[in-house]
Ligand binder design. Structure first.
Ligand code: SF4
Length: 482
């Protein structure tokens, strides 16, 4: 198996070996359980004096995974989904809100003093941006030696300064730089070379585990391949265990044994790399894979379908399944017959109504824009109040608005309900409009939060069996934030 970059990727056999080992044998090196990291807004003394409730931003919201010795677990998702915060929190670079992290059997959040220092030696990080993660006032020799100085290493050397210098030279050579570059400053290096310096620095204390936080995303594609190969070689040579954070799935495929997909603070699918790429289960994973350019010639011409919409704010995550506001497979109620694409449009309209993006004013504007061509009785003079000649005229306008808003066919009872809803909206009755749409079209995806099943390839989605004992299974729960 080659990586399609320069053919030096680890073989499938090696990856399979690691995966089988990871899936079935031994204790995990890293065990993350129900990790939460919230940030709080409006939590100042003044806010408390004024009686304002603190508002939480759920960057990481109940994440579980394990990484076995020698394994690489990929953590992927779009920007802002909580991947980097997860990596930094489990290393104690950020304080966790809740949850447990065990490293080699020890509870990381309970460590202090010498034990914490030991953890910091064994678990490190390579940051995304080789431009900002290196102090421009230090030479690369000083940068690589700094962790050694902080930890008083090498502890048993007679001449520590000399031993550190030798170690720095060794590391620079090992990551593909030269010991003669020791006295240069970061600005004298290219992006790829700076990332090599970052890797040398992370290796200085001979760690067992590294969080690789988007280590190649700031680099040119040709340089990416070199750094990925270097990381793979170093893993083999030093028996390293990686948590590889990335938004680029093509990068993940060639370095990781298993992949966990994150969306808005939660893991929505995880599984062995090849299986997840060949048979993705969660609609979000499928959409991510769809948007990756393909290398093979017969697929190169296919249209790439970008994932619609943006990741919602973690301040107000959607109720139930957090992907439901963008999911192309969102599940309609069992008693409503409606094509999938049309249902997606209905859900988008609901979303716009509930968020206020579609309100009476906007509906009237739209109706006027499209109605003026044919003449209609909509009152667009901006006055509060009902549409003139309401009744038949309103219904006619609402029907026309329905046609404007829907690209796909909507017919029968579904059309009747949507038209009546739009009539309420045109009449300034937003609450009625919202509840009318909700009554007919509410999905299980918004009522219940799906969770991961047991097993090697779980997906948190109502399209698959949900555990009968669900940790967040409260059917009455619409949302944690409503
Ligand atoms: S639970 Fe529903 S909205 Fe969420 S991914 Fe599955 S089908 Fe889509």
């Amino acid at each position: 198996m080659t990586d399609g970059r320069d053919g030096r990727d680890r073989s499938s056999r090696e990856r399979r070996g690691a995966t089988e080992r990871a899936g079935t044998e031994g204790d995990a090196l890293l065990d993350v359980e129900d990790l939460h990291k919230y940030y709080f807004e409006r939590d100042s003394l003044v806010d408390r004096l004024l009686g304002r409730d603190a508002r939480s931003v759920k960057a990481v919201d109940g994440v579980d995974f394990r990484v076995h010795p020698g394994e690489t677990l990929g953590l992927v998702g779009e920007s802002g989904c909580g991947k980097s915060t997860t990596g930094e929190t489990l290393l104690r670079l950020r304080e966790a809100t809740d949850g447990k992290v065990r490293f080699d059997g020890e509870s990381v959040f309970d460590l202090s003093g010498a034990e914490l220092m030991e953890f910091r030696k064994r678990a490190g990080i390579v940051f995304q941006d080789p431009y900002s993660s290196l102090d421009p006032r230090m030479t690369v020799g000083e940068l690589v030696a700094e962790p050694l100085a902080v930890h008083d290493e090498p502890a048993d050397a007679e001449n520590r300064t000399e031993a550190r210098r030798e170690r720095v030279d060794e590391l620079l050579e090992r990551v593909g730089l030269s010991a003669t570059q020791r006295d240069r400053y970061p600005h004298e290096f290219s992006g790829g070379q700076r990332q090599r310096v970052g890797i040398a620095r992370a290796l200085a204390l001979e760690p067992d585990f590294l969080v690789l936080d988007e280590p190649v995303s700031a680099l040119d594609v040709s340089v990416q391949a070199q750094i990925l190969n270097l990381l793979a070689d170093l893993q083999q040579e030093f028996g390293l265990t990686y948590l590889f954070i990335a938004h680029d799935l093509s990068v993940v495929r060639h370095l990781c044994d298993r992949v966990a997909v994150m969306y808005l603070g939660e893991i929505v699918e995880s599984g062995p790399t090849e299986e997840l790429f060949e048979e993705p289960r969660h609609p979000y994973t499928r959409a991510l894979l769809e948007s990756v350019p393909r290398a093979s010639t017969d697929e190169r011409d296919r249209e790439i379908e970008p994932l619609a919409g943006d990741v919602p704010s973690p301040r107000h995550p959607p109720s139930g399944c957090r992907f439901r506001t963008r999911c192309p497979a969102v599940i309609p109620p069992s008693d409503v017959e409606i094509p999938q694409e049309t249902y997606r449009e209905v859900m988008d309209l609901r979303e716009r109504l509930e968020s206020g993006a579609m309100n009476t004013e906007r509906a009237r504007e739209l109706a006027a824009e499209h109605g003026n061509e044919r003449g209609n009785g909509v009152n667009t003079n901006g006055e509060e109040g009902r549409v003139e000649d309401r009744g038949d005229a309103t219904t006619e306008t609402a029907a026309r608005l329905c046609t404007v808003l829907f690209e796909n066919d909507i017919g029968g009872e579904n059309r009747a309900v949507v038209t009546e809803t739009l009539g309420h909206l045109l009449d300034g009755e937003r609450d009625e409009a919202v509840s009318m749409l909700r009554d007919r079209f509410e999905s299980v995806c918004e009522r219940q939060r799906p969770v991961l099943q047991a097993g090697p390839h779980p997906a948190a989605c109502h399209l698959y069996d949900q555990p009968t004992e669900r940790p967040n299974a409260n059917p009455a729960e619409r949302t944690a934030d409503d």
